[in-house]
Design a protein around this ligand. Sequence first.
Ligand SMILES: C[S@@+](CC[C@H](N)C(=O)[O-])C[C@H]1O[C@@H](n2cnc3c(N)ncnc32)[C@H](O)[C@@H]1O
Length: 280
Amino acid sequence: MHPVYVHIKKELSPFYAEEEASAMAKWISSDILHLSTLELYTGKDMNFSTKEWEELEDILRRLKQREPLQYILQEASFCGMSFHVEQGVLIPRPETEELVEWIVSDYREAGQVRILDIGTGSGCIPVSLAQLLPEAQVSSCDVSAEALRIAAMNVKRYGDKVTLFCADILKEELPECQVDVLVSNPPYITESERTDMEANVLDWEPELALFVPDSDPLRFYRRIARKGLDWLSEGGALYFEINRAYGAETVRMLEALGYRQIELRKDLSGNDRMIKAIRP
Ligand SMILES: C[S@@+](CC[C@H](N)C(=O)[O-])C[C@H]1O[C@@H](n2cnc3c(N)ncnc32)[C@H](O)[C@@H]1O
């Protein structure tokens, strides 16, 4: 392997598992230092510019502090698209792609469906839905001004097809709306689950996007489902990404509100992760 790859991997090995350190070393060698695959495996030339060496040292310093690669790159991939991300927003996760795929498969033939996403973050859900369901009218809200600023960059990047607005979903006063689909990946990690979390999430991703109190883990789901009784059209559907520990409880809460055809799905890792329910 190229000596720069060996150097990067050696630097990162005390901080990351073998596989992760190798993947990062490959990524830095190809994307930052522009080595071709052939050079990566056979090259020996260390003719990098001062700027490239400085950039490499900066990236290694940040990675050693467990800063997520996506924040360093300011890019995250989601549903085959590339999203601008910064520390103020959650890095989009593969589980959320599965939620988007579920909605797309249900509404592919539906034409002008109205969709509201709650908790925009980077805008990955609404922007992907607007791209994959070209006739849909998609809007999305967040309480975080920083999230809305970053989401606006992604909305612009993909053709300005999503309406963003600021709203605190937990507050009483909310604008009136009528939609066919409500979707949300709200904060769902309980405070007591903090201890199981990796430093790269805990130290870097926004608390506002992650946590709910132990005393009320379903607070966002209950609130959105209650609003859904007014906001959803006849036959309209709710789609949630959920905490895998609360699948059964979330189903019971939706049943108690009268929702029908409730479907709990597992993600690719086999965890309860998504719920769909139809407005009563
Ligand atoms: C788990 S993140 C999801 C972000 C994005 N949808 C995704 O899937 O990557 C939850 C989002 O909900 C937002 N949020 C937290 N509390 C909120 C509230 N009371 N009202 C509206 N949005 C809120 C956070 O700012 C954050 O962007």
